[in-house]
Design a protein around this ligand. Structure first.
Ligand code: 1CP
Length: 340
């Protein structure tokens, strides 16, 4: 299993390849399954359907890893934040009035209510070829808080950020609760057969530098420690998106095996400055794949040059956009394979 070997430090494992949001709306076969489902959350919690779409990009592109079809917002759903998806609007939730506006008891039913995620992992692991890794994942507390505070996606994260300054003690209590939920969700997926775990902190870059330790770095450390305390040994990839030079402090302190690099970070700088034993993942601009042709090939040249001589998981800097032509993904996959 190439991705696992790479993350365990095998320098001869070669480059691994998978894509964030590889199962998603750019694939016609995904859209046709999605169209049958009443709503997005029942789709995520339907093990047979989740399994089916998880395998779609593997069947089409023969990638090295599948990522279980689910969503980071299953935790706010468990916390009864009234999660729903309206066409063209992204996720909507009931906005929280304050950081403790939540029923902490609901976490106790995580293994029961989110058991379909474990079932999907088991089904997928059984069908996926043994040389391919299955990735389980969760969202990091800060990214979850942005959606829960604001009631959906946000441009400036104004409310969540205001809590970091003005309601710090309560916000830390909310973080502890979410850390526990994230640990339990990751452990559930690892025990069901996930080979690698990934922690998405998509909006980490919005946390002010002075607060990064408290709200990005320390939560990631506690989550990894918590997962390890449960006897889980699978490699962990962190993706604290948007940290820029803050990646140095993150990599220095967080005991992860892989680190996702977004497309706004200079990959040659990352390769030169981040610890040698950390496997870097990334960082093609998803819009360059949507553009295709010469711009996509130039992006590929840039990435391969930056990563020469270093362990690398080829990936995007963020997920595919829905209008990405499938033939561009096929071409990119072939080029990455040809060029090692
Ligand atoms: O209608 C649809 O089909 C909805 C599109 C969609 C998909 C395909 C959503 C809604 N979630 C997913 C699946 C998903 N989400 C996966 C598994 C599939 C794969 O990667 O192949 C994963 C890993 C996620 C993780 C996720 N969800 C993140 C972290 C990664 C990232 O993109 O930053 C985040 C922030 C979410 C929230 C979310 N769920 C869905 C959307 C459109 C969003 C983002 C909204 C926003 O930009 O604020």
């Amino acid at each position: 299993m190439q991705l696992v070997n790479l993350l365990k430090g095998d320098k001869n494992a070669g480059r691994a390849l998978w894509f964030m949001r590889q199962a998603g709306r750019y694939l016609p076969e995904y859209r046709s399954v999605r169209a049958e489902m009443p709503d997005f959350i029942s789709f995520c919690l339907n093990p047979e359907k989740a399994f089916e779409v998880t395998l779609q990009p593997i069947e089409r592109f023969d990638l090295d890893a599948a990522i279980i079809f689910s969503d980071i917002l299953t935790i706010p759903w468990l916390l009864e934040r009234n999660l729903r998806f309206e066409a063209g609007r992204g996720p909507l939730l009931d906005a929280m009035d304050h950081p403790l506006d939540i029923n902490a008891q609901l976490i106790t039913s995580l293994e029961d209510k989110l058991s379909p995620v474990g079932d999907a992992v088991r089904l997928t692991r059984k069908k996926l070829s043994t040389d391919k890794a299955l990735i389980g994942f969760a969202g990091a507390p800060w990214t979850l808080v942005t959606y829960m505070a604001e009631g959906g996606s946000s441009r400036d994260f104004a409310k969540a950020k205001s809590w970091l300054w003005s309601a710090r003690a309560q916000t830390k209590a909310l973080f502890s609760l979410l850390e526990e939920a994230v640990i339990r969700l990751l452990v559930l997926q690892a025990r069901a057969g996930a080979d690698v775990l990934m922690l998405f902190d998509s909006w980490a870059g919005a946390v002010p530098d002075a607060l990064r330790e408290d709200f990005v770095i320390n939560p990631a450390i506690r989550i990894i420690d918590g997962v390890r305390d449960q006897g889980i040994a699978q490699p962990i990839i962190c993706f604290p998106k948007g940290l820029g030079e803050g990646l140095l402090g993150f990599a220095d302190q967080v005991p992860c095996q892989g680190l996702g690099i977004d497309q706004h970070t200079n990959l040659a700088w990352a390769a030169e400055n981040l610890p040698e034993n950390l496997v870097l993942q990334g960082n093609m601009d998803p819009l360059a794949v949507a553009a295709g042709g010469a711009p996509m090939r130039a992006e590929l040249d840039r990435i391969l040059a930056a990563m020469a001589g270093r362990s690398h998981i080829f990936n995007l800097g963020h997920g595919f956009v829905p209008h990405t032509p499938v033939e561009n993904v096929a071409e990119l996959t072939q080029l990455v394979r040809e060029r090692g």
